[in-house]
Design a protein around this ligand. Structure first.
Ligand code: ADP
Length: 445
């Protein structure tokens, strides 16, 4: 079966978050099941363009267009709108030019969501037997723009496919309404967006398609995320050797970041895009009291200025030995944090799936999170991590206190770490769920 994945990022070529990980790994897992996957991403001026996904024969195509030369400035709507409308058109053109007739076109997030809209509103004989799937990785980002932003000669066709009286368009809405199937990245999040608990103005649109909606958890690529083979960490370990080896990684991390070098103090890692979704507001008040609580926090993130400023302000003399803040996108440091921390903080207000909890579990670093979206589906409270009931400061502080008590009870802590490392979040397992879905779509059942 030929499945084309269309997305705006794909690790390791270009990655800003979890979507990059997914596009860099799901197609590989599909290939190992005998599928013929293909990936299409934009050709950005500043990324390395590998012809295949590393470690596989999955081809990666790059669409070229004038808007891709501009760096990805999320807020510049006058560029974002034509850029991704053009991307959708170019992806379809490339398939036709190469005479590659897919069984499934699998689009990811709003950036490629116009593909199903185009195929529905301007049926093309070439794609007569092609079905479309749209996966919502983050419903907060929808690609909402005035239609006039598509008023460029290169994308006139896209502009004219919307009714003339249209003033504003939403790429995500157009995609949800047009795709043969819609998925999101965890079963619990599928419920959240259908019930309106996570809304972002999409509930009505989602409800209209709820029979075609399904939640499938993401996986992680264990050839990248595995403490036994990870080339980016110091002391490699597995679940048999973790309690001898993890300490090496922890001490190195504490030293590298100028923290109190003490194996007895629990280290809590935090790696995320710095945006309101990730619950930095719940974390900030806690950070002020690290010395009294006797815990260390290591933060790695890039994103919104408001959060960068607030975090930097906390780096006083008093906190320097307890709190480390690195504002960057740094793959190497991320691996060192997963390996060198004892716990991993995920105070997200909403989390469609979340990959960091699955990665940290593999590294024997217990996630301390809030019971939302995919976090609820993947963390077993008291067994493979700790979950706060709701995204409030009190609830989150309480769960951090539970983590500290757990740390003091080392036999229970170690039992949970071993259990967490045994969880299987491999793509091999998840790919089977997608394969089932693709078959359902193709046979239209
Ligand atoms: P999201 O997709 O919402 O950003 P996920 O939890 O799904 O969140 O995935 C985040 C991915 O991005 C993980 O692989 C995480 O390690 C990585 N990541 C996030 N921020 C950084 C950063 N500043 N440096 C390195 N890796 C990061």
């Amino acid at each position: 079966m030929k499945v084309v994945h269309i997305a705006f990022e794909c690790a390791p070529m270009y990655k800003t978050g979890g979507l990059g990980d997914v596009i860099g790994s799901l197609p590989k897992a599909l290939a190992s099941h005998g599928f013929d996957p293909l990936i299409i991403i934009p050709k950005y001026g500043w990324v390395k363009h590998l012809p295949y996904l590393p470690g596989s024969r999955v081809p990666v195509w790059y669409t070229e267009g004038k808007w891709f030369r501009y760096p990805n400035v999320r807020h510049d709507q006058r560029i974002q709108a034509p850029k991704y409308a053009h991307f959708a058109m170019l992806a379809l053109d490339a398939l036709k030019r190469q005479d590659f007739k897919p069984d499934i076109i699998h689009c990811h997030d709003w950036h490629s969501a116009l593909v199903p809209y185009f195929l529905k509103h301007e049926p093309d004989a070439f794609f007569a037997h092609t079905k479309t799937v749209l996966t919502i990785h983050n419903i907060a980002f929808q690609g909402r723009f005035p239609l006039s932003y598509l008023n460029h000669p290169e994308i006139k066709k896209a502009h004219d496919l919307f009714p003339p009286q249209t003033r504003r368009i939403s790429f995500m809405k157009a995609g949800v309404e047009s795709a043969d199937r819609v998925t999101t990245v965890s079963p619990h999040h599928a419920e959240e967006i259908t019930s309106g608990k996570v809304d972002f103005g999409m509930t009505t649109v989602i409800r209209r398609r709820h029979e075609k909606l399904i939640g499938i958890l993401n996986g992680i690529d264990y050839s990248v995320w595995n403490p036994a083979t990870d080339p980016l960490i110091n002391g490699r370990y597995n679940k048999e050797t973790i309690f001898e080896k993890k300490g090496e990684n922890k001490l190195k991390l504490q030293k590298q970041l100028g923290l109190e070098e003490n194996p007895g103090i629990p280290v809590f890692g935090f790696i995320a895009r710095l945006s309101s979704q990730k619950g930095i507001d719940l974390l900030l008040p806690l950070l002020e009291h690290l010395p009294e609580r006797r815990l260390e926090v290591v933060i790695l993130g890039a994103g919104e200025k408001e959060y960068i400023d607030a975090l930097k302000k906390l780096l006083t003399e008093n906190l320097k030995r307890w709190l480390s803040v690195t504002i960057a996108f740094d793959e190497r440091l991320a691996h060192a944090i997963y390996a060198g921390s004892d716990f991993f903080l995920i105070p997200s207000h909403y989390e469609p799936c979340g990959l960091t909890q699955m990665i940290s579990m593999k590294y024997g670093t217990l996630p301390v999170a809030i019971a939302v979206g995919g976090l609820k589906d993947t963390i077993i409270d008291g067994k493979t991590g700790l979950l706060a009931k709701e995204a409030t400061y009190d609830s989150f502080t309480e769960v951090v206190d539970r983590a500290v008590s757990l740390w003091e009870d080392q036999p229970t802590y170690q039992k949970m770490v071993t259990r967490a490392m045994e969880e299987d979040f491999s793509w091999e397992k998840r790919a089977k769920e997608y394969i089932k879905l693709y078959n359902l779509v193709i046979y239209d059942v």
